[in-house]
Design a protein around this ligand. Sequence first.
Ligand SMILES: NC(=O)c1ccc[n+]([C@@H]2O[C@H](COP(=O)([O-])OP(=O)(O)OC[C@H]3O[C@@H](n4cnc5c(N)ncnc54)[C@H](OP(=O)(O)O)[C@@H]3O)[C@@H](O)[C@H]2O)c1
Length: 307
Amino acid sequence: MRAIVVNEWGGPETLVEREIERPEPGLGEVLVRVHAAGVNPVDWKTRASGALIAWGETPVVGWDVSGTVEAVGPGTTLYAPGDEVYGMPLFPRQAGGYAEYVTAPARHFARKPASLDHVQAAALPLAALTAWQALVDTAGVTAGQRVLVHAAAGGVGHLAVQIAKARGAYVIGTASAGKHALLRELGADEVIDYRTTDFEDVVSGVDVVVDAVGGDYTRRSLKVLKPGGHLVTLPGPDGIPADTEGVRASWVLVEPDLQGLREIAALAEQGLLRPLVDTVLPLEQAAKAHEIGELGRTTGKIVLTVA
Ligand SMILES: NC(=O)c1ccc[n+]([C@@H]2O[C@H](COP(=O)([O-])OP(=O)(O)OC[C@H]3O[C@@H](n4cnc5c(N)ncnc54)[C@H](OP(=O)(O)O)[C@@H]3O)[C@@H](O)[C@H]2O)c1
């Protein structure tokens, strides 16, 4: 099968197309023919150094896939060949999403929302599961709460805005001014231009912060929380101080999650969650996808078409 292999850890040019062996589904696994593969910052972060995960002999980055079940391994009853599924299999172990086929435990996939095509569905799993697990599983957001989303127009952010809104929250987002109209369309109640305004000067009494920026945003965000509020940071735990004085702060690492994928699919089917696709490129242009993504200006997601 065709796959994009990391030839050596380094820049986008180290991504090269190769023919590699097609995987076989093992016990409890499905073999999925990939129609589209989503691109995430973890793809270029791992490509750059090989750090964070243990790689197989042939490193293939990518976790977000949408496709069709081609075959099922022994003991698998959840899906049958021909079923359309989407998911973020195996994360943070190697899944090999930038390829024509992937195998993984059946429950790392859910049925693709029928209202979305494969490109839209491949934009969802990692970013939407991150938003869901941060807002719902970690912070337990409830109706009427005030939620601040940093990088609200990014891959995770634009989905976090919509999920928070769907749960009845009042949503505030940070983004550059050109993205404000779009964020309001997605349900943001307030938007802050982080290039002209320090968010902590204009926001307070927040129940939940989803911090997709990190760095000094993590520490600064603690100041806008109300007592008992919860900051969930995504890039890493480094910015969380030892003493958070009456508020909670967590770093959350996204996990494969059938229930989360089903909840996300249900929101998409109800028209409450709309993935924005910034750029679509064919699989062979994965290096270009990384070059664009690494600029950090994406609105929504970058997706590779495979089948
Ligand atoms: N822990 C986990 O499991 C997990 C999961 C997913 C992602 N992450 C991490 O979370 C981070 C975000 O991921 P992503 O996929 O959302 O990234 P992304 O889509 O590449 O983010 C791009 C967006 O960031 C915005 N942005 C950049 N700097 C900003 C700032 N200072 N304030 C507000 N917005 C800013 C940009 O908007 P402008 O053009 O307006 O600047 C752009 O829309 C990455 O570090 C990623 O590795 C962690």
